[in-house]
Ligand binder design. Structure first.
Ligand code: BDR
Ligand code: CA
Length: 306
């Protein structure tokens, strides 16, 4: 089967970086757009260029929104550091971003065969939907890493990507696009641990040393925040691998709404999983399980081949 055409809209970010590497190996990667999220858009764009250089992606990298639709950008430096990729020594940047702006690029580049893989705040995607009313329905679909059917990470109820721009998320989830949502309820079962980091490091090539250091920093950062230290959830690769390897994920169709107002719950994905839920109101396939071992195998295979 032909590799699916994808564009990644991302905020690299340790796990976004890995998603780009996986996309170049397993998908027909047509472009990378960047957004402010884990760090500034200047940093996420530079980091995307580093990832593109490392995996040999020569297509477009286009910068997008510097902040959410409303309010100021909020970065995730407590996880990703000031650079967005703290941990490894960053290699020289061997390419620059293309001219242009992300939402226009998405409108031009994404046709009916294209899956949009969204692994950061949904600002660029929402802007594309606003600018082109036919955009959402035209795509093969949008695979979102974001939200949760259970607990959050940045607040008790909200996951970072949705919380960082809830208005954008609301536009996307009400757009009529074919949506897949892989949230924390699943990504927190796809865990890298120290033995995996060690295996990657033992590949002992420059890209593998970089990836090993990246994963080590990720495990260290999560260990500082976690009740169960020694693991890091590999969030963003799941949104990509659900498209390239659909058999690895189990899901249910459900209605997902974005809380925009709650004093305690702004940015929460309200997922209607009731037995009696009206299935005709579903607007997303919501991931409920993942073959975590296989996801890690694919990650290891990708780094091995760099
Ligand atoms: C998401 O937030 C970011 O920190 C990660 O890159 C991932 O996209 C997890 O909540
Ligand atoms: Ca991300």
């Amino acid at each position: 089967m032909a590799a699916p055409a994808v564009v990644i809209d991302c905020d690299p970010g340790h796990d976004d970086f890995l998603a780009i590497l996986l996309a170049q190996r397993f998908a027909d990667l047509r472009g990378i757009t960047t957004v402010a999220g884990n760090t500034s858009v200047a940093n996420t764009t530079r980091n995307a260029c580093i990832a593109a250089g490392m995996c040999g992606f020569r297509g477009p990298v286009v910068a997008g929104a510097a902040g959410p639709l409303l309010g100021e950008p909020q970065f995730a430096e407590h996880v990703h550091g000031a650079s967005g990729l703290d941990g490894p020594e960053l290699p020289a940047v061997t390419r620059s971003a293309n001219e242009g702006e992300a939402s226009s690029f998405l409108i031009d580049a994404c046709g009916p065969e294209t899956w949009l893989i969204a692994t950061g705040p949904l600002t660029n995607v929402a802007l594309a939907i606003r600018r082109d009313p036919g955009f959402a329905a035209r795509l093969a679909g949008i695979s979102v890493m974001g939200g949760s059917t259970s607990y959050g990470n940045i607040t008790p109820t909200a996951e970072f990507n949705i919380w960082a721009d809830p208005e954008a998320a609301s536009i996307v989830f009400n757009s009529g696009a074919r949506l897949r949502m892989v949230g924390l309820n699943v990504t927190h079962t796809v865990l890298v641990d120290w033995p995996f980091v060690q295996r990657v490091r033992e590949l002992d090539t420059p890209p593998a040393r970089f990836a090993g250091d990246l994963l080590a920093a990720f495990v260290t950062a999560y260990s500082k925040m976690s009740r169960q230290p020694g693991f890091a959830p590999i969030h963003d690769p799941c949104a990509l691998l659900w498209i390239t390897h659909p058999g690895l994920f189990g899901s249910v169709p459900a209605r997902v709404d974005i809380e925009l107002a709650g004093a305690f719950t702004r940015g929460m994905t309200v997922v209607d999983l009731r037995e009696a839920a009206d299935i005709t109101a579903a607007n997303a396939d919501v991931a409920m399980s993942a073959d975590s071992a296989r996801v890690l195998d694919l990650l290891y295979e990708t780094v091995s081949a760099l």
